[in-house]
Write a protein that binds this ligand. Structure first.
Ligand code: ARG
Length: 302
């Protein structure tokens, strides 16, 4: 397989102090289940978040943690805040009113990142054009393109704006199930050129596009158990992959391709419909190919 380099990954997380599940905008969300055991789930969410943060630091990521905002529990999923590439950020527009309140606080936070020099420019999508950040628009460093999910959350029309803003190809993929309501739930391009995906989440046309562009030998098919375990929703840096508790079958498939799986207990976040990938946002994504990138020695936050 391809030689992996450390990527100088810089990852944004949002502290879970304000996290809970008090509304349902995807079929995984259960306010009742949360309510029935809120105190324990809150503690478990804190422990799971800490385990995720530690795992990311351990595999060499620089981590920046933002504070959440009371009343906006899904801010713990900053993958949905923006699409970021080469220091440029295109801010998300959320489809559901329950999450639209996040747009203001995320914009303020991104302005601070710009002031700190982490980002160089910020842009907004036209009003009425829904696009839910990196959750639905995933950079594929090997192919030099974005894969953009549309349907349940993001509009098909958003792909054109992403393409023009970043001046990079965007490959739209239609999502046809409510369970895989964001692309990152069912699609993960990996550093070795493989793509981990759950084919039934995609339209027939999207399935054909993926098979043609990626090639069968590079495709790793997740099954319904892997999807429900939020294992496709994984953070991959070099040969390390961080995800919620991994099914034995998928672990074996990934290890056979040379990846190292690190799993963390994220059950409370899965009750909101999210796993490891959507709890993160890569701020360092770059059009410079991985093999050409400097290996950065970053200070780590323990
Ligand atoms: N409850 C959140 C929502 O429905 C979960 C978002 C998870 N994010 C993701 N990119 N998959 O919007």
């Amino acid at each position: 397989m391809t030689t992996h380099t450390k990527e100088g990954a810089h990852i944004l997380l949002v502290d879970p102090a304000c996290f809970d599940v008090h509304y349902a905008i995807n079929p995984w969300m259960s306010p009742e289940a949360w309510q029935a055991d809120a105190k324990r789930l809150k503690d478990e969410a804190r422990a799971g978040f800490d385990a995720l943060r530690c795992a990311l630091v351990r595999i060499g990521c620089r981590v920046t943690v933002l504070d959440g905002v009371p009343g906006l529990p899904d801010m713990v999923f900053p993958a949905n805040a923006a699409v970021v590439l080469d220091g440029r950020a295109l801010m998300a527009r959320f489809r559901h009113p329950e999450r639209q309140g996040e747009e203001g606080p995320f914009l303020e936070a991104f302005k601070r990142l710009e002031a700190q020099g982490v980002l160089t420019s910020l842009a907004l999508l036209p009003e009425g054009c829904f696009q839910e950040g990196a959750g639905d628009c995933i950079w594929d460093a090997n192919r030099g393109c974005f894969w953009a999910g549309f349907g349940p959350r993001s509009d098909a029309a958003a792909a054109g704006f992403v393409e023009r803003y970043f001046d990079r190809p965007v490959i739209p993929l239609g999502l046809v199930t409510e369970r895989a309501y964001h692309l990152d739930v069912c699609f993960a391009p990996l550093t070795g050129g493989d793509v981990l995906w759950y084919p039934p989440a995609f339209s027939a046309q999207a399935q054909t596009t993926v098979v043609e562009r990626v090639g069968m030998s590079n495709l790793i098919a997740a099954d319904a158990q892997d999807l429900a375990a939020f294992n496709v929703n994984a953070v991959n840096v070099g040969r390390d992959i961080v995800m919620a508790r991994c099914t034995p079958r998928l672990r074996a498939l990934l290890e056979a391709r040379g990846y190292r799986v690190h799993d963390v207990p994220l059950a409370p976040f899965m009750l909101a419909g999210g796993g490891a990938f959507c709890m993160t946002l890569r701020l360092d994504r770059s059009t410079v190919p991985l093999v050409g990138r400097d290996i950065l020695v970053r200070e780590v936050c323990a």
